[in-house]
Ligand binder design. Structure first.
Ligand SMILES: Cc1cc2nc3c(=O)[nH]c(=O)nc-3n(C[C@H](O)[C@H](O)[C@H](O)COP(=O)(O)OP(=O)(O)OC[C@H]3O[C@@H](n4cnc5c(N)ncnc54)[C@H](O)[C@@H]3O)c2cc1C
Length: 468
């Protein structure tokens, strides 16, 4: 009778009883179940059975990929969190037309590995490879993209398949440009994505050069960098007045790209540093000594690992592999996007903000902030860089005590400097600010959402603040 292997939390499981119902285990009468529950389907039929209205799945249903977003966009506190990581098949790599078709739960690292076996890579570099195809399409996913590589991961998606909120299937083909634009970066509010086809390309090698500069010097160079053809990522250490720049270019003769070097870099940055910092926070009680040590270790790591180790790369070799999400590893983050045109001023203001917040609240982040240039990208309705190119800053810390207050101050700072909130990544964002920033595009999206989901089956209270 049990035709599914759905994971359950609490005491519910999905049973097949002619039509499909969620039934309370050990209870003969059918009852309308209550959440919160987590379900993890492993194929399209199971997924469909969960979403269709007859299943009486606790509402709202919130799709979740790897769960790395830093806001409540991917969970349902009262209904169903629908984990898509069981939908993990790479369906087809088309080496002639340079496309790949994969299910929504495929981790980017697995996709990258499979493509590399065919001599192909993703267009653009995306950090945090543990995220899923579905999460990277449904929320803004960016990395150190080099000029012509374009903007977000979702901009390279040419076809998608969804289950609509009413349980019906929806197929979006390349010719349906407007539909593609609305469903990319739609945070799982228009339907549950179960399959996507993306443009890929033959592997291409870039050179990576590294610079260590003061924040003032970075500020005077950032305009030229933001308008150039160079891909850049930077590590910002406001309390040391330092910026470590990672500049990427396509060269005619870039040499070989060594995957091992990028792996060591990733391991140093994403595993070793947070662990050391957490330990130091425990064993060194005097703040001034502790942070001096932490900053010195960060600087040494940047100098050693980045500058010496990685000078060439490809999008296949250079992408971090870790897939445990930050919360689980005790590292917190919040991302805001700022207009690239004003960033020369904003970066100095950010340094002043961090220093003054530390002076007044005694809270500071122990990890360097990470920044990326985001090209202007109009391929999705809710793109954070729809009007202009932006620079995203991800502020990160392993320090829980004081973090929640810090992100409120950070959100105030971001609003003051024209920051664009990212619904999935900006902590403490204000609904009014989201509505004002995304303005007419959000109005259009909301109308569409109401048409597709009049009963708000996929709408959580967090998203309802700005998308009802
Ligand atoms: C340490 C750390 C570093 C990070 N660095 C970066 C970075 O450099 N660049 C960057 O862009 N992001 C970064 N992020 C943010 C995060 O990785 C991205 O937002 C990512 O795209 C989310 O993917 P996910 O699979 O974890 O999706 P989730 O967080 O699970 O979901 C994100 C959104 O997509 C929706 N969704 C997920 N799957 C589906 C589906 N199948 N159908 C419909 N909707 C769906 C969810 O409902 C939610 O609204 C970082 C996060 C962490 C923890």
């Amino acid at each position: 009778m049990l035709a599914t292997n759905l994971k359950k939390t609490g005491s519910y499981r999905l049973e097949q009883t002619g039509t499909y119902h969620v039934r309370k285990v050990g209870n003969r009468r059918l009852k309308k179940p209550t959440g919160p529950i987590t379900l993890e389907p492993t194929n399209l039929n199971e997924l469909r059975r969960i979403v269709e209205p007859d299943a009486r799945t606790p509402l709202p249903i919130r799709p979740q990929g790897a769960g790395t977003a830093s806001t409540d966009c991917n969970t349902s506190d009262t209904g169903t969190t629908l984990k898509t990581t069981g939908l993990d098949r790479i369906i087809n790599v088309d080496t002639y037309n340079h496309t790949v078709t994969a299910e929504a739960g495929v981790r980017l690292e697995n996709l990258v590995r499979e493509l590399a076996e065919h001599g192909l890579e993703l267009v653009g570099g995306y950090d945090l490879q543990g995220r899923t195809v579905g999460g990277a399409i449904s929320a803004p996913c960016f990395g150190p993209c080099i000029g012509s590589d374009g903007g977000y991961f979702s901009s390279h998606v040419v076809a998608m398949k969804f289950i609509r909120p009413d349980g019906q299937l929806l197929r979006i083909v390349p010719e349906q440009k407007n539909l593609l634009g609305a469903f990319r970066t739609s945070f799982g509010m228009l339907g549950v994505l179960y399959e996507a086809t993306m443009r890929v390309r033959p592997i291409r090698t870039f050179t990576a050069s590294h610079r260590r500069v003061s924040i003032d010097k970075f500020s005077s160079a950032v305009d030229a960098l933001a308008n150039g053809d160079v891909g850049f990522k930077f590590y910002l250490m406001p309390y040391r007045d330092r910026v470590y720049l990672d500049l990427r270019r396509y060269d005619t003769d870039p040499g070989n790209a060594y995957k091992a070097a990028w792996k060591i870099k990733d391991w140093g940055e994403s595993t070793v540093l947070p662990h050391i910092f957490k330990s130091l926070n425990r064993v060194v009680p005097i703040q001034s000594v502790r942070y001096k040590l932490i900053d010195s270790i960060s600087e040494a790591t940047q100098g050693l690992v980045n500058s010496r180790l990685v000078n060439t790369g490809t999008n296949a070799a250079s992408q971090p592999n870790h897939h445990k999400y930050a919360g689980a590893r005790g590292c917190f983050y919040s991302t805001w996007c700022f207009p690239a045109a004003n960033f020369s001023m904003i970066v100095k203001a950010y340094r002043d903000f961090c220093e003054s917040t530390y002076a007044t609240s005694q809270y500071r982040c122990d990890m360097p902030a990470v920044g990326f240039r985001l090209c202007r990208d109009t391929s999705s309705l809710l793109s954070p860089s729809f009007d202009d190119s932006m620079i995203a800053i991800t502020t990160a810390s392993t320090q829980p005590a004081g973090w929640d207050d810090f992100v409120i101050d950070l959100a105030e700072f971001a609003e003051k400097w024209g920051g664009t909130p990212v619904i999935s990544q900006s902590r403490a964002l204000r609904a009014d600010h989201v509505i004002q920033t995304y303005s007419k595009r959000l109005d259009f999206f909301r109308r569409m959402r109401r048409q597709l989901d009049p009963e708000n089956r996929l709408l959580s209270p967090y998203l309802a603040q700005f998308c009802q």
